[in-house]
Write a protein that binds this ligand. Sequence first.
Ligand code: HEC
Length: 447
Amino acid sequence: MSLKTLGIILLVAANLPAAAPSFSRDIQPILQKKCQGCHQPASRMSGLDLTTFDGFSKGGTRGPAFVMERPDDSIVVRYLTATLQPRMPLGEPALPASEIALVREWIRDGAKNDSPTETTELRTPVYLQPPVITALRFSPDGSEIAVSGNSEVLIHGVDGTAPLRRLTGSAERILSLVYSSDGKLLIAGGGTPAQFGEVQIWDPKSGKLLRSTRLTGDTVFGTSLSPDESKIAAGGTDNSVHVIETASGKELYKISNHENWVLATVFGIDSKRLVSASGDRAAKLIDAASGAFLENVNLLRGELAAIARNPKKDVVVIGGAERLPYIYLLDRPRNMKIADDTTLVRTLERQDGAITALDWSPDGKRIAVAGAAPSVNLYDPETGEKKASCKGHEAGIYAVAFSEDSSKLATGGFDGKVRIYSTADCALIRSFVPAPLSAGTPPGRPQ
Ligand code: HEC
């Protein structure tokens, strides 16, 4: 091939139009990451739902979000470029020029919908079998219990009758639940695997999603609320802890000082420090105002998956793959040597399986340890003595919570049943499947 021919080929190639932007490949991922926290069925800010093509096309209170072939007249472009105020995404940096260019070009090209099906639309979940329970919590007044479902939080009366309310959101998995002390807020952390992590702030009484914040490209774990309720922390697969302001839902900062997934977080009593526990075996103490790393709480041993704090003191219990619950003081004296382990108060009995969930009773008198073994053990934190063992599960337990008066313990896990026990002796008070099961045989599962 002569140089001249090559030159002509290159010239022709350079003038060929680039592949036209596709809605499902180019536009939807931008909306999903940067916009859907505020524009989704459960929280339609300005009347706009950006989780489906139809919602995008219909637009919000100001009418259709785009005009075919006319990017400059399209409301969405005007909000992205701040010719209409406030600029979108609200409170966040502007989208990169390349992403705005994609949106413009897609509109200029006719704004075609090439998404295979509108699968992201929020529908009330249907259950053919009980879903695995990954989070649960008693309401502070003890009258209700919030339990994770598929793409929703189910609120039951503690008598376990049909769900009183269903809080359906766009995150497929709910991995942590926390109530504010007055019971007016319910914070749910989770996400959709390999797509987004999300922290949702609900009004559990009305079932309204007040705010939601998208964090990272994967689910978030171990969501916790500071005792003064001003901040929410969540761990991620990005080896980071993300801290959100409760009032606004805005991400204040992230701390990326772990070497593995962060699976659990808890704040100190004064809300000024927080501890993050990770698969990298470290529990790290962080300044909650600045996000600065202060010190390691523990000596590194096994991978960590769970943490709980004494409600009255800055003492935590941590545990994970090694099956041993360690009770540590939150703070290490400044002059302590690296290998000094005198802040370790006590190690509890070795469990029969990896530890996945821990809770400390509000009266401070019991620690509940749950995990891969099918029973939850209750210990006296002062003596380390085992006080009771709550049995009945058929497989692993992923969620455990005491009631506010410390008299009851709720558990949930692989078998999809909530069990409520008396804390004193592990007598089973009640058990129920929180997900409303549909009648009929699941396909491919003959009875
Ligand atoms: C933190 C919440 C938040 C995020 C994130 C956000 N928006 Fe908005 N959006 C709002 C609010 C609030 C309004 C109403 C603004 C006003 O009129 O004062 C709005 C209005 C809009 C409107 C006008 C709707 C109408 O008809 O009234 C469009 C279009 C829009 N947003 C697009 C986007 C896009 C695209 C993104 C992502 C790149 C995004 N928004 C991210 C909160 C948000």
